[in-house]
Write a new protein. Sequence first.
Lengths: 381, 269, 304
Amino acid sequence: MAGPDTEGGPAGLVWRLPVVGLRAFWTPIVLSLGVLVIVLAVWASGDTVLALAVTAALIRAVMVIGLYIFIGNSGVLAFGHATFMMVGAYGVAWLTLRPFNKSFALQLPEFLAAHQYPLLPSAIAAALLAAIVAFVVGIPIMRLSGIAAAIATLAVLGMFKTFYSNWSEWTLGAATMPGIPIYVDMWIALAWVVVALFVAYIYQRSKYGLALRASREDEFAARAAGINIPRQRLIAFVLSAFFMGIGGVLEAHYLGTIAVKNFWLTITFILLAMLIVGGQRSLSGAIVGVVVISTLIEILNSLEAGMNVGVAVLSVPIGAQELTIAGLMIIILVFRPDGIMGGREVPWPFGKAGRIVRDPGAVESEHDPLRRGLAQRDSAP
Amino acid sequence: MMERLARRLRPARPGAAALAVAGTPEDTLEAFDVTVHFEGLAAVDGVSISMRNGEVFGLIGPNGAGKTTLVNVLTGFQRPTRGRVVLGGEDVTGLSAHELGRRGLARTFQAVRLFRDMPVIENLEAAAVGTGLGRREAARRASRILAWMRFAHRADDWADTLPYGEERRVGIGRALAMAPRFVLLDEPAAGLSDAECDELMGLIAEIPHVFGCGVLLIEHNMRVIMGACHRIHVIESGRTVAEGSPEEIQVNPDVLRAYLGTRSGDARG
Amino acid sequence: MTGLVQNAIDALALGSLYALTALGIGLIFGVMRLINFAHGDLIMIGGYALIVPSSAAAAVAFIGAWPAPAMVAAIVFIVMLFALACERLAFRPLRRANPSVLLITSFALSFFLEHLVVMIYGGRVKAVSIWPELLEALPISGVRIPYLQIVTIGVTIGLLVLLVLFLKRTPMGIQMRAASEDFSTARLLGVRGNRVIAVAFAISGLLAAVVSLLYVSQVGALTYSMGIPLVLFAFVATVVGGMGSLTGAVLGGFVVGIASVTLQVALPVAMRPDRDVFVYGLILLILLMRPSGLVKVKSIEEKV
Ligand SMILES: Nc1ncnc2c1ncn2[C@@H]1O[C@H](COP(=O)(O)OP(=O)(O)OP(=O)(O)O)[C@@H](O)[C@H]1O
Ligand SMILES: [Mg+2]
């Protein structure tokens, strides 16, 4: 049974490990480096306005990665993820507003009203709250068929949006909630993008991600293979909601204000457009989509503001931005439904060396029936 | 650090493979009086079968006889109107498909149904993972099975790039990756050339002792059926016509009538 | 007692709007497995077609000033035209795509149409008034029932009857039902896919136009996002009713309408703004108990 993989011995193993690590995490490493290069370039240019725009785009990237974790792996669309951003954003506001600010208009319980909690633990706590909400609403929704589930997530968004916009004691209702500490800059947003990239990739390569991707390809075959589809979808949904929650948290600490009306269909549309244009079935697609659409938005923004072209001022009317993005999205859907990346990750450029998941030379399990059988077969005449 | 993470990704858990229960020699899969009605039409009508670990059990019958429907009942994809399914002495009627998969029933599909946008090896790994294996054991089992099927060279190819005959082979590999107690093959030879059929027949005949399981084989190709099966069960219009050894079935007048009555030949392909 | 009658009529009138919207969505879903997000925007376009295209703050009636029959005909014509254009330009190239791709395309199309309107008419709310006399109450003492509600219910019943006759009696209707049952087989049997789908879009355009007129005369204002609440509730109605079933869509529409009005009346005053929370919550509850909706449809389930 000795195959080519058993060669090398311990020395070969030691030599291989760094390659294996690099190969195993090639996708998130390359994507992180790519984003880092953009950030460094902007930082070096010293353009603070551009830096703000890039920060906003990085925050969106965290959200799109969150969205990808569910949509990309399950193949089920979700229109309700703005819910989890909203839950995260308000959650972190309750934790990190100064008690002085809270005392003005909010009627929070003592443990929130009287304290201001540290930023990072608050961010994680708020995102966990979003994840818990996703868990609860996910239980009924994940049992539905794909399309019905997509629509039911809209119902969730409708429900939470209505609730938050009337829950004045905690959210100021439809009014804007000001005074949230502003600390998110390009570097902090970048750090979260990197975290999201690695977590999303580890999930996607894990047995849970594998099972869910199988169910995306064929529900019947996945069920026959012992995969509990609602359960796998729920796991992805909750993880995805966590990063949407983080996205909301970052947005709150970037703008310093939040309002319920900003967690509705426009942001849903922008995030979905990013994911679809890049390619919903790969992490690389998610990042490419963010870069492409964010660039487009920047260009259109400057056009809407009016751009000086020599003597004349070129400008496009309000609405042109969404119109263009929607048009691009339709064109991509018609001509390249798998998006720019076509559902593939950035390829490993160094041949087949060091493929991660197969190493038959490793310890063998005595219980593996196949091994027993193969041994029998090998000893048979 | 990277390496540690990489290892965490595929934790070494010796013994996890045992989660997918391999059958014991006494293991049985039985159906009692299974009946399925589709809006009045009885697709399966009072069929009982009993198969053991270690045997290749043929299920044959003309088109529309109810073979696939019976397999759907056995694997939890179709709730029977009447009757019971018993696995290893335990009543499993009405359990969901994934639950039965975890308990050791694996199947292939007439329409193959590969995980198309995944590499071949991941098709097998997903099935292994579905039965509770960790990522690492799943990977190991998957590559062993591919090697056994002499298909390792295609491990990294995308499943949707395979020619039809190879697709079916991956389908079988995927079912076997569950380390099943019983594997149910729905027309694995459909559309294969004669040479491919012979190779497949050899593989199927080996499955019981290589994997320590039982095989239920639906096939229209009589050469494959007669060459691979220990026992054959014949149904027509949802009812049992006969059951016996290949030699008995070949000369059974009822079987000949069932086939000749509905079509001109005995086999397609 | 009179309060009960009034609430019942309210519920039926609201349910009618949802049912007609859900029906328009359901028809398309039947023939091409598309949940059409842009249906709400067809309703919106029907409203904007009433006024002169301009981004000025005050709306000037255009078709809205025509005599009723001409106005209805023109609006129906325009909305149908948009519906057919959407089909031809965005959805036909995607005929073979899976339902998720279609759904997301319609979502994009919805944004496209809305912002097209924003570019032409501006983003502000515009007041329009058609048929103000319909908002007057019936001359029955004790209750306040506007004529409009009676008209809404009447028109809905009329359209439902016509649609049932169309689906059951005409060759095209029968083909449409066959296509809903099983599209590929229907095609093999000689159903002409393109024609059936185009007719389905035309009918859904007709339904959208009618909802548009009824809805605009009720609210008296236009915004580019006015179709969204309608289409959200109608979506939910189709899911609750059972996807793929036209009866289910109508039923779901009325369930949502009746639930809204009942909650509006039954909830304590302090909680009334949260009514929709309960409506959506109720819907999730129904789905928890009946994941395939009230009317279960066979053809949706793929065969193993
Ligand atoms: N989901 C279903 N709904 C209605 N009728 C069905 C369904 N599935 C199968 N049938 C009918 O039940 C009968 C048995 O079908 P089945 O697929 O089990 O036959 P089979 O023996 O596998 O045939 P083949 O050799 O063609 O695969 C057929 O008449 C078929 O049309
Ligand atoms: Mg069959």
